[in-house]
Each structure stands twice: as structure tokens, then as C-alpha cells.
Design a protein around this ligand. Structure first.
Ligand SMILES: C[S@@+](CC[C@H](N)C(=O)[O-])C[C@H]1O[C@@H](n2cnc3c(N)ncnc32)[C@H](O)[C@@H]1O
Length: 287
């Protein structure tokens, strides 16, 4: 068993020395790799990571339109978000989830977020790989874009599945924190009552538009699917302890990494897009 005191040594010597490619950026316990996560994950030792948060491509950049701040906007996020067809998309989700299972510690957990475009494929792959599903969180976004066709409901939530590596195991859940800490932005959370599986957390776009104090989340530029820091803070506090190692295989602007470092955890992030790693770097250096 690793002790908390040995973790800084472990992250640099044991974990990172196995990775052939040099980190794109490292400062203290925050490490970024540039590359395909399937390649990087394959080089990490098995049973070495406490928690994984993954926000994989949604495969929804199909040329459609939506409305934002009263204007028509393309839904396209980038080439990385284009669907390659049902089978290839599913194979991709299966392969990265398989690679994550190998590196998770026996009691480790994985969170995966997505919309209906991707989350059911991820859920199927999780079960096929023998993960044990703990919760499916419904993250309610108060300012969702309207449905342009007016022929079905406005999509106003994302699903976040939380799963343990194996059926048997003792995962970390900081129950008291979730129940008793103050969560002022969440009108579904009653003080001193259990945290529900429906979370009300404004999206980064919402807080940007309405001008609440979270404007600084995009000070350094924009990731097209940047997650709110408050969402990742809750996930990190719920499922890890100080000194734990958190990994994000699709790190983007590294919201997961920022929430991890701010709360005394260690972080490894991977992304194929250098611009997003630059954004991550700036966010970290600003802390
Ligand atoms: C949905 S975004 C993640 C956004 C992130 N949660 C944030 O808060 O900024 C998915 C990211 O995965 C990256 N990506 C796509 N395919 C990848 C792959 N095979 N390996 C590593 N990163 C990949 C994209 O460049 C994109 O930044």
C-alpha cells in the first residue's frame, strides 16, 4: 500500500518513469501529457490511480445548430468531437474504459460524463467491462439552450455515471461532507440532508452570461466544453482524499486538475490538443 507521504515520490518516479513520452508540462503534483490517451494510459502502471474523471468526446459535432445568448450558433466543437459511426464510437469508448480499469487501484472509482449522444454507449461499455455502477448523476443546467425544432424537450442536463473498478471493493465516499457542507448554488440540496443524485450547478456558459463571480473561469480563453469548477470540486471532494491521485484522460482545460490541486490532490491530465494544454497550463499557473 502507498502512504500519503510517499505519493509525491510515487507520482514522479513510479508512475511517470513508465511513460516513454515526456510530460508536456509538470509543476509539482500537476502533470500534463500531450497525446492520444489510449497510448499514454497503456504506459501507466496498473493499480496506481485513485480516481478518474473522464469527459470524452460527445460525438455530436454533426453540423447542427443551437441558440446561445439569443444567437444561432453551430453545435460543432471540433474535429475531435465528430462521430465516426456507431460501431467505431462504441469501440473507442470500450477501449479507453478498459485502459482506465487497468490503471485504477482496486478500490478506485471512475466518473464519466456525457449527453444522450454518448452516455449510453459508455454505460454499456462500463457494464461489459465489469465495472460496478454506483450512481448516475443528473447534472441540471439551469440555462440550457432552447430546442430549435420545438418537436421535443429541451435537453437541460448531462448524465455523470460514477462506477467502482470492481463489484467487490471499498470505495471512498465522503458522505458527511456531501451531507453537511454548504452547497449554496444547489437548490436541490437541503442543509444537513443527504446529497441527492440530481445536482443543480450552473454551467460555465451560464455563469459567464449572467455575470456571477465565476467569470474568471474563462479568463485565459475558452474550451468549447469546459466544465464548471464547482462540478469538479464536488466530484473530487466526494470521491477522493487529500494526497490521492486523480487522472483525466480527456483533460481539455483541466477543470479536473484545477479542482484536484485546489483541494490537495495530485493530478495527471492527457489531451490530444496542444491549445487546450496551454489553457490548462495558464489556469494552473494562476492558482
Ligand atoms: C469534452 S472535452 C473535455 C473538456 C474538459 N472536461 C474541460 O473542463 O475543459 C474532450 C477533450 O478530449 C480531447 N480528446 C479527444 N480525443 C482524445 C484522445 N483520443 N485522447 C486524448 N484526448 C482526446 C479533446 O481535445 C477535448 O479537449
Amino acid at each position: 500500500m502507498y502512504t500519503t507521504q510517499l505519493l509525491p515520490v510515487m507520482i514522479s518516479k513510479k508512475i511517470l518513469s513508465n511513460v516513454e513520452s515526456k510530460p508536456y508540462f509538470q509543476k509539482g503534483d500537476f502533470v500534463l501529457y500531450h497525446g492520444d490517451s489510449l497510448n499514454v494510459l497503456a504506459q501507466l502502471p496498473e493499480n496506481s490511480i485513485d480516481m478518474i474523471f473522464a469527459d470524452p468526446p460527445y460525438n455530436l459535432s454533426n453540423g447542427g445548430f443551437s441558440v446561445h445568448a439569443g444567437k444561432m450558433v453551430s453545435v460543432n466543437k471540433g474535429d475531435w468531437d465528430k462521430s465516426k459511426g456507431f460501431k467505431d464510437d462504441y469501440d473507442f469508448h470500450y477501449r479507453w474504459l478498459e485502459a482506465c480499469k487497468r490503471i485504477l487501484k482496486p478500490n478506485g472509482t471512475l466518473w464519466v460524463s456525457g449527453t444522450y449522444h454518448s452516455i449510453y454507449q459508455c454505460g454499456h461499455a462500463l457494464q461489459a467491462l465489469g465495472y460496478h455502477i454506483l450512481n448516475d448523476i443528473s447534472w441540471f443546467k439551469p440555462n440550457a439552450s432552447p430546442n430549435l425544432s420545438c418537436r421535443f424537450f429541451t435537453a437541460s442536463h448531462e448524465t455523470i455515471i460514477w462506477a467502482r473498478k470492481d463489484k467487490k471493493g471499498k470505495h471512498t465516499f465522503n458522505y458527511e461532507w456531501m451531507k453537511n457542507k454548504e452547497w449554496p448554488s444547489d437548490f436541490f440540496k437541503n442543509p444537513n440532508k443527504q446529497m441527492r443524485s440530481v445536482w443543480h450547478i450552473p454551467d460555465v456558459e451560464d455563469v459567464w452570461t449572467v455575470g456571477t463571480p465565476k467569470r474568471e473561469e474563462k479568463t485565459f480563453g475558452k474550451h468549447p466544453t469546459q466544465k464548471p469548477l464547482e462540478l469538479l470540486r464536488r466530484i473530487v471532494l466526494a470521491s477522493t482524499n487529500r494526497g490521492n491521485i486523480v487522472l483525466d484522460p480527456f483533460t481539455g482545460s483541466s477543470t479536473t486538475g484545477i479542482a484536484s490541486i485546489m483541494n490537495g490532490r495530485k493530478f495527471v491530465g492527457i489531451d490530444t490538443t496542444k491549445d487546450f494544454l496551454e489553457l490548462s497550463k495558464k489556469r494552473l499557473l494562476e492558482l
